[in-house]
Design a binder for this molecule. Structure first.
Ligand SMILES: [Fe+2]
Ligand SMILES: [Fe+2]
Length: 287
């Protein structure tokens, strides 16, 4: 395990050197979620729980597509370090899908329309695989990995205390997912840089991916919120919108990191959050 001292000695490393130094394992958590977990398991708020559950419902099939897009290039990777990271990336994403399936089951048991979201993602993956070139699919993964990494960093570095808004039975899955999204945040990017390297195309795909992400997440959130029976609860909405768009909210906190992606020299490890990620690993005993 890295110590803060070991990391601070690396201060002069470039983002690319940090990326090459990252060695991360595939962890299997085998979590299960008790029926005692309250229905509104984030901040006791139906809107925000629906938002996070919409993300969770998208993960299993979304992550299968990430794996598919990187596998398309796996045989062309010569660098043994990157190849090892690609294998670990595939292992981590496969486990995320498996663990989130358990959480999604909990929502399904409570009647939430999880299967509708699953089916939509299956259809979308099929469409992407049939109509997008391998380079376009990989670029979409790079962009989604950036979005997940900066959202993960919200809980790792920006507003760490917000992890405590999850019900205690669900904190570990979200902390673990956030940590692993950080560990492998540059893998798809490094594959793209070494084998596709079309920087302007990548930035265009980021715009496409962002629009698509906002649309699909909003749609999922509204569908789940409708089932909760809290769609007309204004207090819920105002708390939720404040969490997302308020002065200290998620969107404002991650916006600079989001826009950094559009600079041509960008690399995910220029946002070096190794120290805070290590602190969270220790807190949740994620080894
Ligand atoms: Fe993931
Ligand atoms: Fe990921």
């Amino acid at each position: 395990m890295l110590t803060n001292d070991m990391i601070s000695k690396d201060v002069k490393l470039s983002p690319q050197q940090i990326s090459a130094s990252i060695d991360f394992p595939v962890r299997s958590l085998n979590l299960s979620f008790s029926d005692e977990i309250p229905e509104f398991w984030f901040a006791n708020n139906a809107f925000l729980t629906s938002f996070l559950a919409a993300l969770s419902s998208a993960f299993p099939d979304g992550e299968r597509q990430f794996i598919h897009s990187v596998r398309n290039y796996q045989s062309q990777i010569d660098d043994p370090v990157l190849l090892k990271q690609v294998r670990a990336f595939i292992g981590q994403e496969a486990h995320h899908g498996k663990e989130h399936d358990q959480l999604n089951d909990l929502m399904r048991k409570r009647g939430y329309p999880i299967d509708r979201i699953y089916k939509r993602f299956k259809k979308m993956n099929k469409m992407m695989q049939q109509t997008f070139s391998p380079a376009h699919q990989l670029a979409s993964t790079v962009c989604m990995e950036h979005l997940t990494a900066i959202m993960a960093d919200y809980f790792i570095s920006k507003n760490t205390q917000d992890l405590d808004k999850f019900n205690i039975g669900l904190r570990k899955i979200w902390a673990w997912h956030a940590i692993e999204e950080t560990e492998h945040k540059a893998v798809a990017f490094d594959v793209y840089q070494s084998l596709v390297n079309r920087p302007y195309f990548l930035r265009l795909v980021m715009l496409e991916t962002t629009l698509f992400f906002v649309f699909i997440t909003s749609r999922g959130t509204l569908e789940l919120l409708k089932h909760s029976g809290q769609r007309k609860n204004l207090k819920n909405w105002s708390e939720g919108l404040r969490f997302l768009f308020g002065r200290n909210g998620l969107v404002r906190q991650i916006s600079q990191d989001y826009f950094d992606f559009f600079a041509l020299g960008f690399h995910p490890w220029q946002h070096d959050n190794r120290v805070t990620a290590e602190q969270l690993k220790r807190k949740y005993q994620i080894i």
